[in-house]
Design a protein around this ligand. Structure first.
Ligand code: SF4
Length: 483
């Protein structure tokens, strides 16, 4: 099955110094489930000389951990990970956190992001005798870390990796949080009952009643041990390049990023969109859930009624039958169904956060027409996606991106909409209250903040091809998450 939205990458979480570290990490991963649904894992420890405990499995957090599993994860320190495979196939070997026993003692790592020099580093390491157990780029970091003999060596090892990485790592004495110098992915520090907590998103702090202290700065390495928290800045300073698509789509609306609530940014994007592409209409309908706030802003700005005409089915599991011959557009309807009477005879604006291939957006317009909508206007709360992401987001290849292949008028025609309007880059940036120079916008404008090694492209493509084969066969439901 195909993705109809770009797919989330991964979420990381860590706790240092709490008697219930595993349970807190379990809840933390629960809150981060939207960032990865293929596998989940937790590694715990109790301090120097005690063995690490690890439990990872394929599936959702609620499926991966039973109460006895959590009982076995003893210790006051823990790191956790939820995964969607942007590199490496979707199988248990690649599930994180990864763990190794090396000269430094035991090490575990959870990674959110994508390395752009993974192919080069892996070749070098293999030539020096490293034997890789997985196909994920995160293992490269583990091999680099396994070689140094002191803390300064660890920082030197981190300097070799390039690209997008928010990491949580655990050694026998420390938990370490790392954010790449561009700050592509979020990572925050919190505090609960005197225990320090790291999380990809602040929404996980809310769930466990932890206090949000601050974001980890781009390029910052936070080292947490018995003596407290300290920071190192081992990387060369770079321009900031936070992933704009975290605000548009990936992050949870209740998270705070750069001191701004994500829902507030999405609502502001909807207002900007309404000012850029106003339309006379009777009703604004969001494509849930990620289109909700932008649609609200759009409706408020133009004074048009807002209603949830699409109903999302949150309980989709694996479908063993492939009913496409039997039920036309099953994949579209099973996730979102339309309340027909809400739109019959109305001029409707459908607000979505993005269009990738266009097949789902087209089906939404067809749904509206079949239900008797008088007019259907598509509004998208970010600019057209024309380029690949090399920093951990799994867009289809550019030639499969609708906006890469078609003009605006061709897109409107393909969707069968009466009009179409995308938000532009200035409006999107204004909605964040920040400056354009702080963001990665590469999938919109092709301006890549970190150059991509062509060899790496090959590495990523090989992994993707392998992943497509394996995931599609083993876990068709996982490829059908994001309608
Ligand atoms: S290319 Fe797009 S999705 Fe990828 S990091 Fe940049 S803004 Fe985010």
């Amino acid at each position: 099955m195909k993705h109809h939205k770009p797919t989330h990458e991964c979420g990381v979480f860590a706790v240092f110094g709490h008697p219930n570290a595993a349970v807190l990490t379990y809840y933390g991963l629960f809150a981060l489930q939207h960032r990865g649904q293929e596998s989940a894992g937790i590694v715990t420890a109790n301090g120097p000389g005690t063995p690490f405990n690890r439990h990872v499995a394929m599936g959702l957090v609620s499926q991966v951990f039973t109460p006895p599993d959590l009982d076995r994860l003893k210790g006051t320190r823990a790191i956790g990970h939820v995964r969607y495979s942007t590199t490496g196939s979707s199988n248990l070997t690649n599930a994180q956190p990864l763990m190794v026993d090396c000269a430094l003692g035991q090490l575990a790592i959870g990674h959110n992001g994508n390395l752009v020099n993974a192919g080069v580093l892996r070749d070098e390491l293999e030539q020096r005798g490293s034997i890789f157990q997985t196909t994920v780029d995160s293992e490269i970091i583990l091999h680099l870390l396994a070689q140094p003999v002191d803390a300064s060596g660890v920082l030197a090892a981190l300097r070799k990796i390039q690209g997008a990485f928010s990491l949580v790592m655990m050694s026998e004495k420390q938990i370490i949080g790392v954010r790449d110098p561009f700050g592509f992915r979020p990572l925050s520090l919190g505090l609960l009952d005197g225990a320090y907590v790291l999380s990809s998103e602040t929404c996980a702090f809310d769930l466990i009643h932890a206090e949000f202290i601050r974001e980890i700065e781009p390029g910052e390495v936070v080292i947490i041990d018995e003596s407290g928290v300290r920071s190192e800045y081992p990387f060369k300073a770079e321009k900031r390049a936070f992933c704009m698509f975290e605000y548009v789509y990936f992050a949870r609306p209740d998270s705070i990023i750069s001191d701004i609530n994500v829902a507030r940014v999405r609502t502001a994007m909807g207002r900007e969109l309404a000012r850029l592409h106003p339309v006379e209409a009777d009703l604004v309908v969001p494509v849930p859930d990620s289109g909700n706030y932008a649609a609200l802003g759009f409706a408020e700005e133009l004074g048009i009624p807002y209603n949830h005409a699409f109903v999302r089915n949150h309980y989709i599991g694996r479908t063993f039958l492939q009913p496409t011959q039997l039920i036309r557009d099953f994949n579209v309807r099973v996730k979102l169904n339309l309340i027909k009477e809400a739109v019959t005879g109305k001029r409707v604006v459908v607000v979505d956060d993005s269009i990738v291939r266009g097949t789902t957006a087209r089906a939404r317009v067809v749904n509206m027409r079949e239900a008797g909508a008088k007019e259907v206007h598509m509004r998208i709360s970010c600019p057209p996606h024309k380029h690949a992401c090399h920093y951990g987001i799994d867009f289809p290849d550019p030639e499969k991106l609708l906006a890469n292949q078609c003009t605006l008028e061709e897109i409107r025609d393909y969707l069968g909409a009466d009009s179409i309007g995308y938000l532009d880059v200035p409006g999107m940036v204004r909605a964040t209250g920040q400056e354009e120079k702080n963001f990665c916008l590469a999938c919109f404008n092709g301006d890549y903040p970190v150059p991509v090694d062509p060899k790496v492209d090959k590495f990523i493509m090989e992994r993707r091809q392998r992943k497509d084969l394996i995931v599609t066969d083993e876990h068709p439901e996982l490829f059908d998450k994001a309608f």
